[in-house]
Design a protein around this ligand. Structure first.
Ligand code: ZN
Length: 534
């Protein structure tokens, strides 16, 4: 998970104050040079950025420290900030600025031309959705989420049917604002992953499914490694300290961030100088806090690495959900579940938790953190089966949106899909179609594909980095990550949203999104772990 709110960034007050003095009057468009319009535009954007950031502070507090009694007021306060930011963003005056500067794009500096391109995209999307719809969908999203909080532990899918039916109607209505489209899910996918469509995602997933199914079968035919020692008793404070020390050694800058506890870990940005992560810790699971923290630190390092010159504008953020997820997955899986990484960190982990891990060899630990198993819960799934969980959800939401599957038939379709792809099926809906928050918080479509795109890109970026820098592996084995983080900053992070996602991928890796490096990574790593014939 990246952020609890729609992307929002914020400028420092000092920069806003400077801009306020130079803010042109209403006559600016009549004969004033385009830089006066640009200054006014950036001033407006920095205020919107700050409103969004203030909303993010409220959301962060809600998920970390707020007492339950604060919920009603907080909901009201968050909605107010969200509405103010939205109203300012869809202001026709801002649209006129975009029109004016777009017509003069040739005169603008490259970053400003990128800003206008990104603003045009965001603005067109924002003005197509009526405020009345936003209010209706947001109210329904909150009601549905609150109902789901109760329904999941009670295994009450029937109680959620009316909510989901309305969510499906609202999701279709949302898509209709962007008609014509090739597929009804396209507008939602484009929101998260610019440049991707239902068709391109389906092609990608078909390829992945074809390769993954035999791999999962070959692995799961074998005796699973013993990982009982992972569920001994581990002091919570020690787990948090160890996790944060790993994240900071990777490059997460705590002078511009902090770590707190929550139920569902996320990363949130209030400013370039304040990018926070959250984690959850369980005494009987050494993996949870550690890998959640590293995952969120991956998101945070991306945000901390965006060029500071974009602060206060929509350019100052990660480029897409899929590319963002590629960074959390790269640090969590490709780095922190690798053998070189643990060659360095395992002695320290053993020393910290001498009781449960003192006599467990490195190889056993490495096998345990990479155990592949046919499991029911997406968020607990291993690297090899994870994408099968995503594809099931993606297929089902397409069917729902296309009208080929009714909400009331979702549990049966889930059951059949799990059996066919993952090889196990849940005995109840709690561990089935009630498990993920996404469909229950107000939108069906456009979210799940980003996780799989992130997995695919994590290996593509890592392969592109290690090509010219084969020392990355040996650096990892000595607890150093400068070359890897430097490459990612130079080739991905610093751009923010100045280039579209597919262009960042192509420039960094020499090719567009491709499954080849990811499949090679899985075959190499798991072929070795499970001694598969290649
Ligand atoms: Zn994530």
């Amino acid at each position: 998970m990246r952020s609890r709110r729609k992307s929002g960034t914020s400028a420092s007050r000092r920069r806003s104050a400077v801009k306020t003095k130079r803010r042109p009057g209403k006559t600016a468009r009549n004969g004033q040079p385009s830089d006066a319009i640009l200054v006014d535009l950036k001033h407006r954007l920095s205020e919107i950025y700050d409103l969004n950031a203030a909303g993010s502070v409220l959301s962060w507090d809600e998920a970390t420290y707020m007492p339950v009694g604060g919920a009603a007021a907080r909901g009201r306060q968050s909605a107010l900030l969200g509405r103010l930011a939205h109203e300012r963003f869809v202001d026709p005056a801002l649209g006129k600025h975009i029109d004016y500067l777009e017509a003069r794009a040739g005169e603008l500096a490259a970053a400003d031309a990128s800003l206008i391109r990104v603003l045009r995209r965001d603005y067109e999307k924002a003005i197509k959705v009526p405020a009345e719809y936003v209010a209706r969908a947001s109210a329904h999203g909150s009601a549905s989420y609150n109902a789901w909080i109760r329904a999941r532990p009670e295994n009450d899918f029937a109680g959620m049917i009316p909510f989901l039916e309305k969510t499906l109607d609202l999701s279709r209505e949302y898509a209709s604002f962007f008609a014509p489209y090739a597929h009804i899910a396209d507008p939602m996918i484009d929101d998260a992953d610019e440049g991707m469509t239902t068709a391109t995602t389906q092609r990608l997933f078909a390829e992945l499914r074809r390769e993954l199914l035999p791999l999962v079968r070959a692995i799961c035919d074998q005796q699973p490694p013993d990982d009982a020692f992972m569920r001994a008793s581990f002091d919570e404070a020690e787990q948090l300290a160890f996790s944060l020390s790993v994240a900071t050694q990777m490059g997460y800058d705590v002078a511009r961030g902090r770590l707190d506890k929550t139920h569902h870990p996320f990363c949130t940005k209030f400013a370039a100088g304040d990018v926070r992560i959250t984690t959850r810790v369980r005494r009987d699971d050494i993996g949870d806090a550690l890998f959640s923290t590293v995952h969120e630190a991956g998101h945070a390092m991306y945000e901390q690495g965006v060029s500071a010159s974009f602060e206060g504008t929509p350019l100052g953020a990660g480029v897409s959900a899929g590319v963002h997820e590629s960074q959390s997955r790269l640090w969590e899986n490709v780095v922190a579940r690798s053998r070189p990484f643990w060659e360095h960190y395992y002695p320290a982990l053993q020393k910290t938790f001498a009781g449960p891990l003192g006599s467990v060899p490195l190889d056993s630990f490495y096998r345990a953190i990479n155990k592949v198993t046919r499991s029911l819960i997406r968020t607990d799934a291993d690297e090899v089966t994870y994408n099968l969980h995503i594809m099931l959800r993606f297929d089902l939401e397409l069917k729902l949106l296309e009208g080929r599957l009714r909400i009331k038939d979702l549990p049966d379709a889930w059951h059949a899909g799990m059996l066919a792809d993952v090889g196990v099926a849940p005995s109840d809906d709690r561990d089935g179609c009630l498990q993920d928050v996404h469909w229950y918080s107000g939108r069906i479509g456009g979210a799940f594909q980003s996780y799989a795109i992130g997995n695919i890109l994590s290996a593509q970026f890592f392969a592109a980095a290690t090509g010219p820098h084969p020392n990355i592996g040996s650096e990892m084995a000595s607890g150093r990550f400068d070359t890897l983080r430097g490459w990612l900053t130079e080739n991905v992070y610093r751009y923010g949203r100045t280039l579209p996602p597919d262009e960042i991928v192509a420039r960094a890796t020499g090719t567009t999104l491709t499954t080849a490096p990811y499949l090679a990574y899985l075959r190499r790593k798991y072929g070795e772990l499970y001694r598969l014939s290649q």
